[in-house]
Design a protein around this ligand. Structure first.
Ligand code: ADP
Ligand code: MG
Length: 901
């Protein structure tokens, strides 16, 4: 039973208060057909809206089954509307972008009925109103009468207790009106129908009770429901309920329980509602999405390019640093501090004198003494043994920042041609060009690194980086494989599959005789044509060399028990080389196409295992063992080494003169006989000191190529990038500090940071560019968000009516905002995806242009996760931008929304 007690409704608009309902007292039977008649503006619609819970009464009380609604919360009203009320409007208020079936189903989706049952019940309701065969049509494909029947089907699909119809036939012709009234009458058999109408005839003909309103007051009621009658009905109802309850005890109560007073629209429903809405406005949706996607396109393009550039920069950094490692040397001059001293500005404010300076005069400032001081002071010895053990101890995380760490030893790699049929030919260290350099061997034993060879261009045998990943990224193997053994090496050709002729000679691929001819011809000022030659991969891969250890040149003379240098003895050398270990070229490598800076070119690359093998072999040889066992005695002469601070005596001078060729010796003796002794010693001390250097324990060790694996003469640290390089520098700094703190200043490491001097600004530039890009990104994001917000706002305005309808069938405020949120999410997804697709297309010409300008290929490349993130960002941003309009939609007064056109 429904009861209106002293209901009053005031509308406030500005200063005016409209007294729409003044004092309405009505009681309704559970099933009757009530018509409300009255002139326009008398408060009929307001009454219906209050009964339907769409509008709130100002004063009085609405009692539902005897329960006051004064304390009803929003969700109580939503549930009441969804479960107990069905609305039918004069203007049908169907949702235009949904099918007939979907329109009817909508009320059921709110009450959480399963999809199958929903469909079934909606069809049933449509059949009831005679539209069972039109369920897939859209509202605009139906006539007015048909649309009103859909509206009735929608109103009754939930099986409500009360059906409220506001001028349902107001827009229909008489014939259709009658049809509608017949349907309503049929429905009214088991429920309450309250209908507002302007047509007294229809009211009289179909309804069981007519209520007349005038100016917010009830004027007349043809069949009032008296208190006594209501009381009696209530008693009967209670009795009946009791009976039913007893019966129900046996049966299940599921049915009753299902009719919960809670409504809730699933997000999926919201999505499909919004999706259908967007689908009806495809063009606009696409245009909006496109407009929204422009921001995303901008970002995605910037992302693609900066990603590519970053990859390129990383690569350049890696490869640059692969050529320019941080070099720690056993003995070092700190060049950078020397440079900074030289470039150091004179500090005029602090010129020491503090005197005023004359603007028209030139003053001096002094750097020379500083420079010399640093030069003297900065020659430092590095304890690399200590540092190596520190690196290898794993106490630092230096390994995270390096591509490779190479240890360099002062040990020559003596390589000979395998072919000794004509003569013994030494290929490495190579002294082919020695004549050009004043008889000095250009290619020292190792100890220098790639930097040196790239400057000298004469170092043929180079140690490969130990990091296979880096090698793989820098080189393609064109034939064979990478070395897997100490006696395997690779040949690096340039990108055009060429090797320069110098290397060809050094590799023994060309005959040295030919070079000698060339050399002679050029010296004589003649023309000499060197023809171009080519080699098959197999020819190169068939090439082998012989490895001779530095100790192999010496043979023990059984008579003197001293070691003799046999390197000038042809038979000995031939025999030695023939029996030496073989080194094979197992692969040919070439800089990969996108390598920026390859560290090897025209070189033989060997593995660090080769160097270790040589060191171990040398240390294992008899001569080295003998020398190490007797550090005081020279194994070559059997004499004691001179210690540095021992003064030179006349005996030393005489001994030295004895070693000179006889004529020279005689002349020298004649000369010194006229001089006082101390003058002689003074004159010879320099020569003798230099001589001594060779004949020292250390000198012999160097001569024999003795090295301690734990104590390298150099450490080359190849950083993975500039950031990593900074970290490595910090690790060295920390190491130095730890050593100082431990009182071991001698262990501090100093080095020259060549790359740092050249490239320090690069990182700063990269960072600056990144910030500029980020600023652009931020701007385009803001712009696209604002646009989506505006468009959602327009959508809210457009769909006001729909909001009203949804509210009238029980959608809560949350449901409404959910619909618009779903719409913005869809819009965000579409614009994000569209943006990504367009970006992928734009990347093609962008790459072509970049390639044309820079020859760097495939720079613009959108990372997959970047694309996904951008779509998500687009969705999140449009969602946020749509929050305010969605909230506005939710806040809309359903009554006002329904009134809007
Ligand atoms: P009708 O009987 O024609 O359906 P209504 O119930 O729609 O009349 O309106 C009753 C009175 O209340 C009218 O004077 C109308 O102008 C006023 N009214 C209705 N809704 C509002 C509103 N939202 N704000 C202000 N006045 C309103
Ligand atoms: Mg009205």
């Amino acid at each position: 039973m429904l009861e209106l007690n002293h209901i009053r409704k005031d509308y406030k608009s500005g200063d005016m208060t409209v007294n729409a309902l003044k004092d309405i007292n009505l009681r309704f039977r559970d099933s009757e057909f009530v018509s409300i008649l009255g002139p326009s503006g008398c408060g009929k619609t307001t009454t219906l809206n209050i009964i339907g819970g769409l509008d709130k009464y100002t004063d009085g009380d609405l009692k539902i089954n005897g329960v006051s609604t004064k304390d009803y919360k929003d969700r109580d009203w939503d549930g009441y509307r969804n479960n107990s009320i069905g609305f039918v409007f004069q203007s049908y208020n169907l949702i235009p972008h949904q099918s007939i079936l979907a329109n009817v189903e909508l009320a059921l989706t709110l009450s959480g009925v399963s999809k199958q049952e929903r469909r079934l019940r909606a069809k049933e309701a449509l059949e009831k109103v005679g539209l069972g065969n039109q369920i897939h049509k859209r509202p605009n494909q139906l006539s007015g009468g048909q649309m009103q029947r859909v509206a009735i089907a929608r109103a009754i699909v939930n099986n409500p207790d009360i059906l409220l119809a506001d001028e349902p036939t107001g827009a229909l012709d008489t014939e259709t009106s009658v049809q509608i009234m017949e349907i309503l009458k049929e429905i009214s058999k088991d429920r309450l129908i309250i209908m507002v109408t302007h047509n007294p005839e229809l009211a009289k003909q179909y309804s069981t009770r007519i209520v007349r309103l005038l100016d917010g007051n009830i004027m007349d009621d043809s069949n009032p429901y008296t208190y006594e009658e209501a009381h009696k009905d209530a008693q009967a109802k209670r009795d009946k309920a009791k009976k039913e309850k007893d019966e129900l005890k046996k049966a299940s109560r599921k049915e009753k329980k299902a009719k919960k007073n809670k409504t809730h629209m699933s997000f999926l429903t919201a999505l499909s509602l919004s999706f259908n809405n967007l689908m009806t406005k495809k063009t606009r949706t696409l245009l909006t999405a496109f407009a929204g996607s422009i921001g995303i396109i901008g970002i995605a393009l910037i992302m693609s390019i900066s990603n590519g550039v970053q990859l390129y920069i990383d690569r350049v950094q890696r490869e640059t640093l692969a050529s320019y490692p941080i070099q720690l040397q056993a003995e070092t001059v700190d060049v950078s501090s020397m440079i900074s001293t030289m470039m150091g500005q004179s500090d005029t404010d602090d010129n020491g004198s503090g005197e005023e300076r004359d603007a028209n005069k030139i003053y001096s400032y002094n750097i020379l003494s500083d420079m010399l001081n640093t030069m003297v002071a900065k020659v430092t010895k590095n304890n690399l043994k200590e540092f190596k053990s520190y690196i290898e101890s794993g106490d630092s995380d230096i390994q995270d920042y390096v591509q490779d760490i190479q240890y360099i030893y002062n040990v020559p790699i003596n390589i000979y041609s395998s072919d000794t049929s004509k003569e013994v030919t030494q290929l490495n260290p190579n002294n082919m060009l020695s004549s050009f350099y004043g008889g000095q061997s250009m290619t020292g034993t190792d100890g220098s690194s790639n930097t040196m060879f790239s400057m000298g261009g004469t170092q043929t045998w180079t140690q490969l980086l130990g990091n296979q990943e880096v090698l793989d990224s820098q080189y393609d193997v064109v034939a064979g494989k990478w070395p897997e053994n100490y006696n395997e090496v690779v040949l690096a050709v340039n990108e055009n599959n060429e090797i320069d002729d110098y290397t060809l000679y050094a590799l023994g691929l060309r005959d040295m005789d030919e070079f000698n001819k060339l050399y002679k011809a050029i010296m004589a000022g003649e023309e000499f044509e060197t023809e171009n030659t080519s080699y098959t991969y197999d020819e190169v891969l068939a090439k082998t060399y012989k490895l001779v250890f530095p100790t192999d040149y010496y043979k023990k003379n059984s008579d003197t028990n001293l070691w003799e240098d046999m390197s000038e003895d042809t038979d000995y050398m031939t025999n030695l080389v023939n029996n030496a270990e073989e080194i094979k070229i197992v692969g040919i490598i070439k800089p990969s196409e996108d390598a920026v800076n390859s560290s090897l070119n025209n070189n033989i690359g060997y593995t660090k295992e080769l160097m270790e093998h040589i060191i171990n072999k040398v240390n294992d040889s008899d001569i080295v063992k003998e020398q190490l066992a007797n550090p005081e005695v020279d194994v070559f002469t059997g004499l004691k080494f001179k210690t540095a601070d021992e003064p030179i005596t006349m005996d030393d001078v005489n001994a030295y003169i004895a070693t000179l060729p006889s004529e020279e010796a005689m002349a020298t003796r004649a000369m010194i006989s006229t001089m006082p002794e101390d003058q002689v010693i003074e004159n010879f001390s320099k020569v003798l000191k230099a001589k001594e250097n060779n004949a020292s324990f250390e000198g012999n060790k160097t001569k024999l190529g003795v090295a301690d694996l734990s104590s390298p003469s150099g450490i080359d640290i190849y950083a993975t990038g500039f950031e990593a390089k900074k970290n490595i520098e910090n690790i060295i700094k920390d190491y130095n500090k730890a050593q100082t703190d431990a009182g071991k200043e001698d262990n501090e490491i100093s080095y020259t940071d060549y790359v740092g001097i050249i490239m320090s600004s690069v990182t700063t530039i990269i960072n600056a560019i990144s910030y500029v890009l980020i600023a652009f990104v931020a701007i385009s994001l803001v712009v696209s968000s604002i646009m989506i917000g505006i468009i959602t706002y327009i959508s809210v305005l457009e769909r006001t009516k729909e909001i009203g309808v949804l509210r009238s069938i029980g959608a809560s405020k949350k449901d409404v905002s959910r619909i618009f949120n779903a719409e913005t999410l869809i819009e965000g997804f579409v614009s994000g995806t569209l943006g990504i697709l367009i970006t992928l297309l734009l990347c093609i010409p962008a790459n072509a242009i970049i390639y044309n300008v820079t020859t760097i290929s495939n720079v613009a490349k959108l990372p997959v996760n970047g694309a996904i993130i951008l779509i998500i960002i687009s969705m999140v941003l449009t969602f946020i931008a749509g929050l305010v309009p969605a909230k506005m939609a939710a806040k809309k007064d359903p009554v006002v929304a329904l009134r809007s056109e």
